[in-house]
Write a protein that binds this ligand. Structure first.
Ligand SMILES: [Zn+2]
Length: 111
């Protein structure tokens, strides 16, 4: 997924070999002719924009969003299991109730 189209070339000589400074405020310079191309900060912004269109490594925001999704689905699964359990308990109570009524009826029939 490289080659996302970051076209960086020297406006003076068209060269594409650059010297990069230490800070964003300093200028990236052309290694061919030595002219200043643009600040490192703006190059980074350009690269960042290109990377934004490409698959990017998970940022902190992505991690938080993924965690929220995971938590939500975990809660959903847990709640579904709980609801199923409650429904099963209801069913068993109802079954038990019917059974006891049947037992009582059977005993009464013998009297
Ligand atoms: Zn140049």
């Amino acid at each position: 997924m490289l080659g996302t189209g970051i076209a960086l070339s020297c406006p003076n000589c068209g060269g594409n070999r650059f010297g990069f400074p230490r800070t964003d405020e300093e200028q990236v310079t052309c290694e061919e002719c030595g002219s200043e191309v643009q600040s490192l900060g703006s190059v980074k912004a350009m690269v960042g924009g290109a990377l934004h269109r490409a698959p990017k490594p998970a940022s902190a925001a992505d991690k938080i969003a993924k965690r929220q999704d995971r938590h939500a689905s975990e809660i959903e699964v847990s709640q579904a299991a709980l609801r199923a359990s409650v429904a099963e308990t209801d069913r068993l109570i109802s079954e038990s109730d019917k059974m006891l009524r049947r037992h009582r009826r059977e005993i009464e029939e013998d009297l």
